[in-house]
Design a protein around this ligand. Sequence first.
Ligand code: PGA
Length: 250
Amino acid sequence: MRLVVHRSQRDVAHAVAQRLVAELEGRPSLVLGLATGRTPIPIYQRLSALAGQGRVDFTRAATFNLDEFWRLPAEHPGSYRAFMARHLFGHVRIPPARIHFLDGMARDAAEECARYERAIAAAGGIDVQILGIGANGHIGFNEPAVALQARTHLATLKPQTRRANATFFGDDATAVPEQALSMGMATILQARSVVLIATGRGKGRAVERMVNGPLTTRLPASFLQVHHDVEVVLDEAAAERLTSAQRGRA
Ligand code: PGA
C-alpha cells in the first residue's frame, strides 16, 4: 500500500481529483469505480469544478458505483443514484448509458447482482476504484463478519452504518434501509488500481488496522493489503495512529 498524507481534507480532494484527471487524460475510456459517503464529496466537487472549466473530460469514461440501497426508489434523496446526480453526474458531461448502478428496485437481488458483475466484465473491468472506509473497517457494504462475500450480493447493514447514512432519511437511522446491494470483496480487489480515501479522526483506528493489522474478515479493508496497486490517501487526522515514518507527508 502506498500511503499519502495531506494536511487537510481539501488537499486530499485536490490530489485525488488531479490523479483522476491524469488517468482520464491517459485513458479517456477509463472505467471508474465510484463510492458515495461524506468522504468523496469534496473530490466530486473538485471534479465538477474542473469539468465546468473544461479541464476534465468524462465523455468516454464509464462508471460503476459500489453499492445501492435495496428497495429504495432511485428518486429517493437517500439513494446513491440521487447522491451521485447531486455531487457529480449533474455537473459533468458523461453519457447516461455509461453510468452504471445496481438497481435497488430490481425484482430479484441475485439476478441483479449477476447482471452487474457481467456489466463490469463487459466494460473490461474497473481501472480505478475509489473507496471510502467505514469506522468499522467496511468497504462498500462489506461489513465485518465471520465470512465475507466474494461477489456482488445483497448485504445487511450494521446499525452503526445505518446511523452514518441517516442524513437523507430525516436523521432517523431506523428509516435507512436495512439492506443494500454491494460489490463483493473479489469484485473490489479485481480493480486494476484502488484509491482509498479517509479523512477525520473517526477513521484513524480503522486506517491503522487496515494498514498494519492482520488480514481479517473483522476488518474487511485489511484485505487491500494483498492488492498490488493501492493508494491510501489520508488527511492528518485520519493518519494520526500511523507511525511517523508511515505518515511522512505529501
Ligand atoms: P463516509 O463513509 O465517507 O460517509 O465516512 C465511508 C464508508 O462508510 O465507506
